[in-house]
Write a protein that binds this ligand. Structure first.
Ligand SMILES: *Cc1c(COP(=O)(O)O)cnc(C)c1O
Length: 413
């Protein structure tokens, strides 16, 4: 930071202020986390200077012999961590990974069955505003209107009707275990391929606190920056038979040179995720989420599907006569960061949805446990009960700030 402070005080100041913000707020964004100093160091390294189009041993540039080793480590650690046949560690992001996976598995115009965005799916699962929705013929399954859970009978019924070439399982806003084995049997019944996008739950899968999709899916995609607690990037895991197609769909199919500093940072992340410490961390993430859900639900907030099995809670704010935008803003003023979210069968518009999504990966990385979760749950309820009470919110903001002081945002892996 010393040199950037001298050369570019404007940007240095932004970095300092952002770190201060992260320190003094309770971050409950379910898709975020904080990386270790080792992951940060790899990302901020001179590996960023290297062009390495191609794959280890088969590059289109000279001078790749050292960075090749970083990619070999990243691939072999990913394979070990998840028990896959092959790993591609070059996709720049989760969306890039998905686009590559589609192009390896199916052809333009093919039919795909994926989860509805408004019910917890992701933009890159064929939303009309996404390239994926323009290139392929997506159909979307909802969750059950009663249980708010994925209803495999309904998925099967739709699969028999639309006859997809590919079924996609995985979600951005779904608080329950996903039955990948069940999806596989539906895919087999209609002779479709199965892709699992485990972006949100990859860390839980790595730690064994969510069932793994690897034995069931042809291809598994993920981000590495959510529960997996690595750099912002994508990862594709696949069976042997898809290796060549996946690798060429990423490069040269959809990208140029890999970001070698990010590849090295993935390697660091995978090594960290192989430790007992990471397993304990992931268990604590889920324990914290279940505990926080219980507190909020005891306080009168309805949880979509009645609770959670993973790192996130989806809350229905209509139970407190609120909308997502108002809750997000009021909690934000108190230093508690969440995001508004659609809930299944939401009658309200996306900019003023009925729900909010809350996640525990970041607070758990900072070392917060049962006691802190109790305090956070209490403060959330206080804000939601009186979202317009400025004095009360000021007081909570001070309590949040004070509580956060004891918990670092810079961590060892
Ligand atoms: C976050 C997420 C992605 C996309 O990740 P980006 O890195 O933001 O492109 C894809 N799929 C799911 C299910 C996600 O939750």
């Amino acid at each position: 930071m010393v040199s950037i402070q001298q050369s570019d005080p404007e940007i240095a100041d932004i970095i300092i202020r952002e770190e201060a913000r992260q320190k003094c707020q309770v971050n409950l964004i379910a898709s975020e986390n904080i990386v270790s100093d080792a992951v940060l160091a790899a990302q901020g390294s001179v590996l960023t200077n290297k062009y390495a189009e191609g794959y280890p041993g088969r590059r289109y540039y000279g001078g790749c012999e050292v960075v090749d080793e970083a990619e070999e480590h990243a691939r072999s650690r990913a394979v070990e961590l998840f028990g896959a046949d092959h790993a591609n560690v070059q996709a720049h992001s989760g969306t890039q990974a998905n686009i590559a996976a589609y192009s390896a598995l199916i052809s333009p115009g093919d039919t795909v069955l994926a989860m509805d965005l408004a019910h917890g799916g992701h933009l890159s699962h064929g939303a009309s505003v996404s390239l994926t929705g323009k290139v392929y013929n997506f159909h979307h399954y909802p969750v059950s209107s009663e249980s708010e859970l994925i209803d495999l009978d309904l998925v099967r019924e739709m699969a028999k009707e639309v006859r997809p070439s590919l079924i996609v399982a995985g979600a951005s806003a779904y608080p329950r275990i996903i039955d990948f084995e069940g999806f596989r049997s539906i895919a087999d019944e209609v002779d479709a391929r199965l892709m699992v996008d485990m972006a949100h739950i990859a860390g839980l899968v790595a730690a064994g606190v969510h069932p793994s999709p690897i034995p069931h899916a042809d291809v598994v995609t993920t981000t590495t920056h959510k529960t997996l607690r690595g750099p912002r990037s994508g990862l594709i895991l696949c069976r042997k038979k898809w290796r060549k197609k996946i690798d060429s769909a990423v490069f040269p199919g959809g990208q140029g040179g890999p970001l070698m500093h990010q590849v090295a940072a993935r390697a660091v992340c995978f090594r960290e995720a192989l430790t007992d410490q990471f397993r304990d961390y992931s268990r604590q993430v889920v324990d914290n989420s279940i505990h926080l859900g219980q507190i909020l639900s005891d306080g009168g907030l309805r949880l979509v599907s009645g609770g959670t099995d993973n790192h996130m809670i989806l809350a229905d704010l209509r139970s407190m006569d609120l909308t997502g935008d108002i809750a997000e803003a009021a909690l934000g003023r108190a230093g508690i960061v969440v995001n508004m979210n659609m809930i299944p069968y939401d009658p309200a518009p996306p900019r003023r949805p009925s729900g909010m999504r809350i996640g525990t990966p970041t607070i758990t990385s900072r070392g917060m446990g049962e006691e802190e979760v109790r305090r956070i749950g209490g403060m959330i309820l206080e804000v939601l009960n009186k979202p317009d009470d400025k004095n009360n919110i000021e007081g909570i903001r001070a309590r949040v700030r004070e509580m956060c002081e004891g918990y670092p945002t810079r961590i060892q892996g």
